[in-house]
Design a protein around this ligand. Structure first.
Ligand SMILES: O=C[C@H](O)[C@H](O)[C@H](O)COP(=O)(O)O
Length: 259
């Protein structure tokens, strides 16, 4: 990957909070937005800063003709409150092109492969970001990892019908991989545990790899997608064109996909 770093803030200034870093990365990404563009609108706490910034610029008249395709119901609500005109993906009302998508990530490796979807939005994100011409990822430094799966689960969206059976198939396929385990994601509601349900009405299987994935990511992706009952997974391989990293020292680094 290629990279470019901005200069640090004056010495003596206090270190920015993680949320401030997310905002810095998001605002830098919005600098790529031009009038008339259709955007893929990401989901999560980092992407939320981009939505607010785009909304502010639209209201100020600085981004005429900009519209967005939201990657989740949450983003749809946030973006419409921010005044961003929304479009569906495809169909007569959908845009002819998605020029640029901006979204956060849970992990980014040295080849700009990502883990996304720990918030549960991976399917719509992958559909929209995969359909776009450029995909700019916005993260704070804590998201950079030596191997995918180092800091948490690889989420896998599965159909609810027979979900325990699909979980069993996933376990069978990956049992040989070092430190592997898997479970269905649940959420606490009142005193009870319930299945986590995505915007698409599906469940999530969480795959864990102690110390991250040491196998071939493409092979793992192909094996997962061959399992009947699996809809999509949260490894976004080779999709990011640029990753904007807000560093703890206040600098910003741009990492570009190798041509
Ligand atoms: O499902 C959630 C999305 O993939 C998010 O983009 C990802 O989880 C990163 O979220 P955040 O910016 O809140 O860390």
């Amino acid at each position: 990957m290629g990279s470019a770093a901005a200069s640090p803030p004056p010495s003596g200034s206090p270190l920015p909070s993680q949320d401030e870093l997310k905002r810095v990365a998001a605002h830098r990404a919005v600098e790529f937005v031009e009038p008339g563009m259709t955007l893929g609108l990401g989901t999560g706490s980092t992407a939320a800063h981009a939505l607010d910034r785009i909304g502010d610029l639209l209201r100020a008249g600085a981004l005429p003709g900009v519209a967005g395709v939201p990657t989740s119901l949450k983003t749809e609500l946030h973006a419409s409150r921010a005044g961003i005109p929304l479009l569906p993906l495809g169909g007569a009302a959908g845009p002819a092109r998605i020029h640029l998508s901006i979204d956060g990530a849970d992990e980014v490796d040295a080849d700009l492969n990502l883990v996304k979807g720990r918030g549960g939005s991976l399917l719509r994100e992958k559909m929209i970001e995969g359909a776009g011409e450029r995909f700019v990822v916005i993260v704070d430094e804590s998201k950079l990892v030596p191997r995918l799966g180092c800091t948490g689960a690889i989420p896998v969206e599965v159909v609810p019908f027979g979900a325990p059976h699909t979980l069993g198939l996933i376990r069978k396929v990956f049992d040989g991989l070092p430190g592997f385990s898997a479970r269905l994601r649940t959420v606490k509601k009142d005193a009870a545990e319930e299945m986590f349900v995505t915007d698409n009405g599906n469940y999530i299987v969480e795959m864990f790899f102690e110390d991250g994935i040491r196998g071939d990511l493409r092979d793992i992706s192909d094996s997962l997608l061959r399992i009947t009952g699996v809809v999509e997974h949260g490894m976004f391989l080779g999709m990011a064109t640029t990753v904007i990293v807000a560093n703890r020292d206040g600098t910003v680094t741009l990492l570009h996909k190798k041509k």
